[in-house]
Design a binder for this molecule. Sequence first.
Ligand code: COA
Length: 321
Amino acid sequence: MMTSRIIGTGSYAPEHIVTNEDLANVVDTSDEWIRSRTGIGQRRIALEEGTSRMAAEAARRALEDAGMDALELDIILAATSSPDYCFPSCACEVQAALGAEHAVAYDISAACSGFLFALSTVQAFIQAGIYRNALIVGADCLSKLTDWSDRGTCVLFADAAGAAVVQASESGLVHMVMGSDGVKGPVLTCTARTEGNFLNGKTPELGYIYMNGQEVFKFAVKKVPECVNQVLEHSKTSLDEVKYFVLHQANYRIVEAAAKRLKQPMEKFPMNMERYGNTSAASVPLLLDELNREGKIQKGDKIVLAGFGAGLTWGASLLEW
Ligand code: COA
């Protein structure tokens, strides 16, 4: 049976850097607090770009890396929970920007797990023989949904996009798992654009990100190792065979806790949240693109991708590069 192979990666982050010191001028916080609790040192915040523009740029770079023309794409999935508009979708805007006229395009909303969920969706189409060439983009501009007076969240989230070109192949994606727990949804929410119609007399309210950080932390340190173990057990692959665990870059303490539970050395857990913060759906493909461009992944390497986030949602994939 055919499977999904990532044949190109790309990413884009806005130029404008906001340091922890910059944020200390906005809310009551400090570089020391943010670094010690999260591992974040700075983040990129969009001035001009929206989600679609970042997504399209990451996609262009991924197509270039893959040596594929946009016209060859059968499907474009954009994982985002901060599209520029309710509609058209981010994926349709990316399609237009690329001139990928033969592709079907739509968005997937799974917050920080979005890239993993989109990859799984593409895998189902590829295994079914429906599509051959796919583009997956994870893009978020959470700075526009952040309450910049809430020091508990505004120091965490940031803007970026990451993309992968995926092609039907004999080898590549070995196995994936996904999960959701809507009952726990209220611990991480963003209620923008949901209120008001002429019947209930309410007007649209601005909604911002709300998070119960400790609950999210507990969820992440339990679920990440759990789904990584599930995907490996199913694939009869040992933890030691895995070269890199590319985890969602929310917080270095979550990554450290996962490494400890999995009894794996920290060198196998690359991190870039120091430079980018938590870029939500972009975080996994952004880090993957860095590793790929630095030549750190070779053909045949086994890589685990894992993400978790609002919903609540989580997922892991085992790839043979
Ligand atoms: N700067 C300074 N102090 C801050 C702060 C900031 N940016 N944010 C919160 N605090 C304060 C709190 O107000 C609280 O003060 P108090 O004791 O006077 O009330 C104190 O720090 C401790 O807050 P708490 O929420 O218990 O901190 P924590 O140790 O749990 O760390 C997080 C907070 C957000 C870093 C942590 O919970 C976390 O990483 N959670 C997971 C979040 C995540 O990854 N989300 C994304 C999922 S995709």
